[in-house]
Design a protein around this ligand. Sequence first.
Ligand SMILES: NC(=O)C1=CN([C@@H]2O[C@H](COP(=O)(O)OP(=O)(O)OC[C@H]3O[C@@H](n4cnc5c(N)ncnc54)[C@H](O)[C@@H]3O)[C@@H](O)[C@H]2O)C=CC1
Ligand SMILES: O=C(O)C(=O)Cc1ccc(O)cc1
Length: 300
Amino acid sequence: MAARIDTMLILGLGLIGGSLARALKARGFCRRIVGYGHREASLQRGVELGVIDSYTLDLDAALAEADLIVVATPTLVAAQMLERILPRLAELGRAPVITDVASVKGNLQRAAIACCGAMPPNLVLGHPIAGSEKSGVEASREDLFVNHRVILTPAAENDPQAVQLVRDLWEVTGAEVVDMAVDDHDAVLAATSHLPHMLAYALVDALAQSPMSTDIFRFAAGGFRDFTRIASSDPVMWRDIAIANRDAVLATIDQFSAQLASLRAAVEREDADAMLQTFSRAKAARDEFALMLEARSRKD
Ligand SMILES: NC(=O)C1=CN([C@@H]2O[C@H](COP(=O)(O)OP(=O)(O)OC[C@H]3O[C@@H](n4cnc5c(N)ncnc54)[C@H](O)[C@@H]3O)[C@@H](O)[C@H]2O)C=CC1
Ligand SMILES: O=C(O)C(=O)Cc1ccc(O)cc1
């Protein structure tokens, strides 16, 4: 394909930034992909792996020539990046399309509005619902986004052409793009992604502190492995997410705690009916979810 973009700049070349770079490179979406980050060794590795064409440690110089900027750092750093690059781009008189991949959208929207007074027309926030417990450019994959959803949270102030470019960028990677309001995004992701990570971390941490931890882990079955895989995720990334999406995460933890307390009470009372009802409702919901996933993979 003829390149849509001349120079794309990726701020933070890890699993997600690296995977996006690989996918866009494979499909010729950009003529040139430049990486910027705070660890030269991983940028160097990105060049060696052919993920990016070059890298720079000079953000100002990179901003002067970028036509498209993707912020792919941890969530709190992403807000700092916007606070840094938006005024600098204004000084340079440049307005390249800017997007991001962070797991929370509200904090970035607030940072941009605090910086510019309103959402800048060229800033289109996004979030690929694809990834893994692994981090770093070494773990990046060209096909990471194929048949996965990407949520965009376009603002009324957005330039429609900027939104279209970001939509096209993700569709080129094989993803399905859907739009959502920022608050809805943060509430839904708190429930489906942030809460499960909090639970997995809390469970593994609690069991690891048990005097019987060696036997607990030695005799754990597949269910434990499935439930706890995500506790191997990057702690910095999840600390940032919990802070950035504090209110929605607290709401889901509270709702879950109430549910767990009611299950605990049912176990204490040996209330077989209450337990059966809870487990049956959950099984039906999970079976329906599995059918949805199957239907999606058949469609692929
Ligand atoms: N890992 C996952 O499964 C998913 C992650 N996300 C989001 O994508 C973003 C990136 O996550 P990953 O790629 O998994 O993380 P990662 O740790 O693999 O990559 C992050 C990159 O940002 C760089 N970075 C960190 N602090 C920096 C700073 N102060 N200045 C410049 N660069 C800095 C790191 O060196 C690294 O290259 C996060 O906001 C995360 O919430 C979104 C979807 C899935
Ligand atoms: O590893 C997993 O199963 C994930 O849940 C990956 C993931 C992590 C963070 C996101 O914002 C989106 C997806």
